[in-house]
Ligand binder design. Structure first.
Ligand SMILES: Nc1ncnc2c1ncn2[C@@H]1O[C@H](COP(=O)(O)OP(=O)(O)O)[C@@H](O)[C@H]1O
Ligand SMILES: [Mg+2]
Length: 340
């Protein structure tokens, strides 16, 4: 489809690139997605943040018309994913799909074919492929067949392919999981550039830091439900700028210590499942003095104390009162099929 035509379909359909209401997907007994609402503003980077098995990939597969929702509705630029899948597919790009291209061909050949399929002329396709390979530091590997590419190289090539077609909405399912820091930073730059040039990006991630770096808004998802939604700053404000980790010498004093923390810091503190530590969000490090005095007054002996940046697990502790339940089932085959 011509770019202009596609932009017109995307335009005039309001401010939402994605609008999902009460979307449900059940696998047998497992309600993998349990009534998810999402609103992704056009032109933004939206992060879906959650642990392994939370339902992130399943949500994306439904939005990308690869899986039919059991209940609820979803639309992409105003087009219903179930009733108008052919239009939706012209408006989206999903990373991972590029992997289905010929393994025996080189990266250059694949990108040229891809460009030609999208209607670019011969010379234009060649230049585009060369420029993208250069940008993604794949020039050296450009002539090698895809089957010899590492996971990180494949993912970069995958994203390079999305840059050719520039779909109005791009789904990136854990685009940086397992990448080395340098490649990950490169990925972040590219994602930002995609949005600057007019695309909307919906990405999933397990990393709070990644959402922090990239996303304008975030939905935190756990056990198939959205447990928090807002800007990253709102999310951070609700969990505190830093998090307190505290261990006591005598486990019988754990509960009392937890209550003191809650009273002095005026927050919800939780006892972590492993290691028997107490964690609590901390907005103001200066309150530490008051806390230590209160603990001493109650004769509570500390075994361990640290103040750290909040992790995703702490976000979940704070929001749901439980840690992020990382289930082993999450390494399912369907997920691997979508990811590269
Ligand atoms: N095709 C499938 N068949 C059966 N269960 C599935 C399938 N896809 C996902 N699941 C299950 O649904 C839940 C959510 O999975 P998924 O969406 O892949 O989570 P995430 O991407 O957040 O790790 C998990 O419990 C997973 O095992
Ligand atoms: Mg997944």
């Amino acid at each position: 489809m011509q770019n202009n035509n596609r932009k017109n379909i995307a335009k005039g359909s309001g401010e939402w690139a994605v609008e999902a209401k009460g979307v449900v997907k059940t696998f047998g007994e497992n309600r993998a997605v349990d009534g998810v609402d999402l609103k992704v503003p056009t032109g933004s980077i939206y992060g879906v943040l959650g642990p392994n098995g939370a339902g992130k990939t399943t949500v994306i597969r439904m939005l990308a018309t690869l899986l039919r929702p059991d209940a609820g509705s979803a639309s992409i630029f105003g087009h219903d994913v179930v009733k108008e899948p052919h239009i939706v597919r012209q408006l989206i790009g999903v990373t991972g799909q590029y992997a289905s291209v010929d393994e025996s061909l080189s990266a250059t050949e694949n990108l040229i074919i891809f460009s030609r399929l999208l209607g670019l002329g011969k010379a234009e396709a060649k230049n585009k492929a060369a420029a993208l390979l250069e940008e993604f530091s794949l020039t050296e590997a450009a002539k090698r067949p895809l089957k010899h590419f590492s996971g990180g190289m494949r993912r970069r090539l995958d994203l390079a392919a999305s840059l050719i077609s520039q779909p109005p909405l791009i789904f990136l399912d854990e685009p940086t999981t397992g990448l080395d820091p340098r490649t990950r930073n490169q990925m972040w730059d590219t994602i930002r550039r995609l949005v600057k040039s007019g695309s909307t990006v919906l990405l999933t991630t397990q990393y709070l830091q990644e959402a922090d770096e990239l996303a304008d808004r975030v939905a935190v998802i756990d056990h198939g439900r959205v447990v928090a939604e807002g800007t990253v700053n709102e999310l951070k404000a609700s969990i505190g700028n830093s998090s307190l980790h505290l261990g006591v010498q005598h486990s019988r004093q754990m509960e009392e210590a937890r209550r003191i923390i809650e009273r002095v810091l005026n927050v919800r503190a939780a006892v972590s499942t492993e290691g028997g530590k107490i964690t609590a969000p901390m907005a103001d490090v200066d309150r530490m003095t008051d806390l230590l005095i209160a603990l001493r007054e109650s004769d509570i002996q500390l075994a361990e104390l640290s103040v750290q940046k909040p992790s995703l697990d702490e976000v979940f502790l704070t929001i749901t009162g439980q840690g992020a339940g990382t289930s082993e089932e999450s390494n399912n085959k369907s997920e691997k099929a979508v990811e590269v």
